[in-house]
Design a binder for this molecule. Structure first.
Ligand code: KG4
Ligand code: ZN
Length: 334
């Protein structure tokens, strides 16, 4: 089966053509048009500009991907959650293709896409526990099967990616700031500044990063000559400590067969290495499935994989009725 995956809500327009065989998923062709250069000057994504750019990019991208290709068997498109301006562009393009070619269309949850990014390398072993860390989400999700999820915890305010980005912004780094904090932090001492670890010891699986962001802001205001590498390493360590502690506690409680780390922030090397190492200590038989670094940020390939499973389990979406769902929680069934 060949699946066309379309992702267009945040700052990337991305289209991929995948083949699903007995051996797994194979990416035949993919291309992403990033808007980062445009949003950089505003320090974050501006929805109206993003929508316009998606509209400009989507048709040339689809044309490029499908050049000299047979038509696919399924079209999968991110239909939520996310910025409605971008979701609309992806859905309308996908609907037009589905109608013109008479092939099924499936609306995919963006977080379900991130979860399935690991299947670009290996199958998920269920039951699984997933730590989802991105610019808009920080969640712990129990996965019993494809599409059968329970969210056991989430951030009560900022997402961890947002905290990375805001800390970077106060240092004068460009958006997205996560990779820059991480790069500077490699040269610093992670224990140099004792930043708070919000909610780390609370008996639940929720997170909170707004207080840490404020603590970082005040620290910089009061210590303008702080070592930037020490500042970055310390703030990064505070975020990682909280994420890892809560994830490991959930591993002990739910004893999953695999632990997934997905979402844009899963590209963070220190977070990846720490999770692998600590998981090996407490649950050596549990597999650690990391989103491939090449596909940890938003992309069409992960949407195609999640779309394949959603379609095989429950069939296609109603082509005419499919509409954006900006608030679609990953554990709400379609
Ligand atoms: O999943 P994603 O591409 O978009 C959303 O769905 O939000 O995630 C983007 C986020 C940004 O906040 C970015 O700063 C963060 O992922 N990010 C990182 C790293 N690479 C990307 N954060 C920390 N370390 C990184 N290496
Ligand atoms: Zn994302």
């Amino acid at each position: 089966m060949r699946i066309l995956g379309i992702e267009s809500s945040c700052d990337d327009t991305s289209v991929a053509l995948l083949e699903k065989t007995e051996a797994g998923f194979y990416i035949q062709k993919e291309k992403t048009a990033s808007q980062i250069e445009i949003h950089k000057k505003y320090g974050g994504v501006i929805p109206e500009i993003a929508g316009r750019k998606h509209a400009e990019q989507i048709v040339p991208l689809i044309e490029h991907i499908l050049e000299n290709q047979e038509k696919p068997d399924l079209i999968a498109v991110r239909s939520g959650p996310g910025l409605i301006t971008g979701l609309l562009v992806g859905i309308e393009a996908a609907r037009a293709l589905s109608y013109a070619w008479n092939i099924p269309l499936i609306g995919v949850n963006h977080i379900d896409g991130h979860l399935h990014s690991v299947e670009l390398e290996q199958p998920i072993q269920f039951p699984a526990l997933a730590l989802v860390v991105s610019g808009g989400h920080t969640e712990l999700v129990l996965m019993r099967d494809h599409g059968d999820y329970t969210k056991i915890g989430k951030t009560r305010d900022d997402a961890v990616g947002e905290c990375f980005d805001k800390c970077a912004k106060i240092l004068g780094f460009d958006y997205p700031g996560g990779p820059k904090i991480s790069r500077e932090g490699k040269m610093g001492n992670p224990s140099a500044i004792a930043f708070p670890r919000p909610m780390m010891k609370d008996a639940n699986y929720d997170f909170s990063f707004a207080g840490l962001k404020t603590a970082a802001l005040y620290h910089l205001r009061d210590h303008p000559d702080v070592s930037v590498p020490d500042f970055c390493a310390s703030v990064e360590q505070a975020m990682i400590d909280v994420l890892i502690e809560k994830t490991l506690r959930a591993v002990k409680e739910f004893a999953p067969k695999s632990v997934l780390l997905v979402g844009g922030v899963s590209a963070n090397t220190k977070l990846r290495d720490t999770l692998k190492e600590k998981l090996l200590d407490i649950a050596p038989d549990t597999s650690c499935l990391l989103s491939p670094k090449t596909h940890s940020m938003d992309n069409g390939a992960m949407i195609a994989v999640a779309g394949y499973y959603a379609y095989t389990k429950k069939g296609a979406s109603d082509m005419m009725a499919l509409s954006p769902e900006p608030q679609w929680a990953v554990d709400r069934p379609r």
